[in-house]
Ligand binder design. Structure first.
Ligand code: 76R
Length: 243
């Protein structure tokens, strides 16, 4: 049978999506609302301080549509670090009006189909990313087909390598308009990978995903989850959300 490609792992990752119960929120007094917002901002400021010190990273975005309203993405050295930050978030006062709708636990991953120098600064940047404050985010999960007659995992390494090189080549043509982070969830969660795209023009998410549908790796083998898209939760959007 075929062999697994070598992978390198970095920080642990957890994407969390929450829905806001506005019926409950609207009943709060303005003092309680202000206190809850201040506490949430202090939590985000603590994440930001670790991010600036390059000890970890995170993203905090709104989410469009009925799948949820906010996305918190944590990147931390260990699974227990993630758990502790998750606990802290769930114990915030504002969490009284938040319901979990989705979470994905994984780890930053780079597979070595391209024979990268795993000690290079580029690889380090992929595994321990300094997540940008881009305006938009697009997050979704992907697995590869494991069906009779069409099974990624029994293809010879050379064949997978050829497809992944073509994939990487197409991906790189987008690097001036977006960043992409792959996290692997094999053995950690439902989906094999999480894909997080970030950029200042959300139309580029549509373009890259459409483009990749024609690439063999995605066209033949890609299975996709829901897509979560949204906007950076800066102070203005936070005030609009929790007014
Ligand atoms: O160049 C390198 O060193 C990395 C090359 C590379 C690998 C190995 C790469 C580059 N990807 C790799 C692996 Mn990717 N990627 C996706 C999606 O919507 C779709 O159809 C697919 C979702 C996007 C949009 C994307 C973008 N990639 C993977 C894997 C693991 C596969 C495996 O191991 O079997 C998945 C699931 C996946 C999916 N990819 C890039 C991009 C972009 C923009 C790049 C270039 C960016 C870069 O090199 O940093």
């Amino acid at each position: 049978l075929s062999k697994a490609v070598r992978t390198a792992e970095g920080w642990h990752s957890q994407h969390m999506i929450f829905r806001i119960d506005f019926n409950a929120w609207k009943k709060w007094s303005s003092e309680d609302k202000a206190a809850a917002k201040a506490e949430l901002k202090a939590y985000i400021a603590d994440l930001e301080a670790e991010h600036v010190a390059e000890k970890s990273s995170y993203a905090f975005y709104s989410i469009n549509g009925q799948k949820g309203d906010i996305l918190l993405w944590l990147l931390q050295p260990t699974l227990e670090d993630i758990y502790v930050w998750e606990l802290r978030f769930r114990k915030l006062k504002i969490a009284e009006v938040l319901e979990y709708t989705f979470s994905y636990t994984s780890v930053t991953e780079l597979s070595n189909y391209l024979k990268n120098n795993m000690a290079s600064p580029e690889v380090h940047k992929k595994l321990y990313p300094h997540i940008p404050k881009d305006k938009y985010i697009c997050f979704y999960n992907m697995s590869k087909k494991r069906e009779h007659g069409e099974n990624w995992f029994i293809l010879p390494m050379e064949e997978r390598g050829k497809m992944m090189r073509a994939h990487g080549q197409l991906g790189r043509t987008y690097l001036d308009v977006l960043s992409e982070y792959t996290t692997g969830g094999c053995g950690l969660d439902m989906w094999e990978w999480g894909i997080t795209l970030m950029g200042n023009d959300d139309i580029q998410f549509k373009k890259i995903v459409y483009d990749m549908r024609f690439e063999e790796a995605s066209a033949r083998f890609g299975i996709f989850s829901d897509f979560y898209v949204g906007t950076i939760m800066d102070d203005t959007l936070l005030e609009t959300t929790f007014d």
